[in-house]
Design a protein around this ligand. Sequence first.
Ligand code: IMP
Ligand code: MG
Length: 184
Amino acid sequence: MKAIGSVEDFNSCIKRVIITKEEIDAAIKKAGKEIDRIYDGRPILLVSVLKGAFVFMADLCRAVSVPCHIGFMCAKSYYEGTTSSGVVKITMDLDQDVSKYHVVVVEDIIDTGRTLNDIVKLLKSRNPLSLHVVALLDKPSRRLVEFEADLALFTIPDHFVIGYGLDCAEYFRNLPYIAEYNQE
Ligand code: IMP
Ligand code: MG
């Protein structure tokens, strides 16, 4: 990670745009319709895991027409070496009782799969009426635990990506597109 002290430094980290704002908008519109079709008028709870999914959540919630509540949680997973201990530390929990909801987990990216695997396990232990996972991006080649989203909008190769909520050292979340990070 390069130190960022200027706009020039910031811009030099953006290697190339891999998914444009227009492509993201179109995919989210489609995903919203798919969610409407699945829930068929039933109310849902959209749960996003901070911080990476906040931009995706903001756009996805406006693309669905079923009645919805919004929830946020912050989670940290702990691992022993490279193996998940299965312990998720919730640094900020949901304020909803998920047993009353059809839950849709909204995540920015599935990489090794550990974070979502742990979060889904935790939420399921609280007996939601149902649970689906929607991910903006999927990097299946990086998977270390078996995990599949019910809906993944884009499958990407093993590149570190930034923008549209995704960061590198907390920068780049505000880019309106997804770009490959320049490692050099
Ligand atoms: P996992 O537990 O390995 O699936 O990682 C998921 C989390 O790692 C995501 O929610 C992101 O915050 C972060 N992450 C994984 N890949 C990338 C990337 O390419 N760019 C930015 N963040 C990433
Ligand atoms: Mg994240």
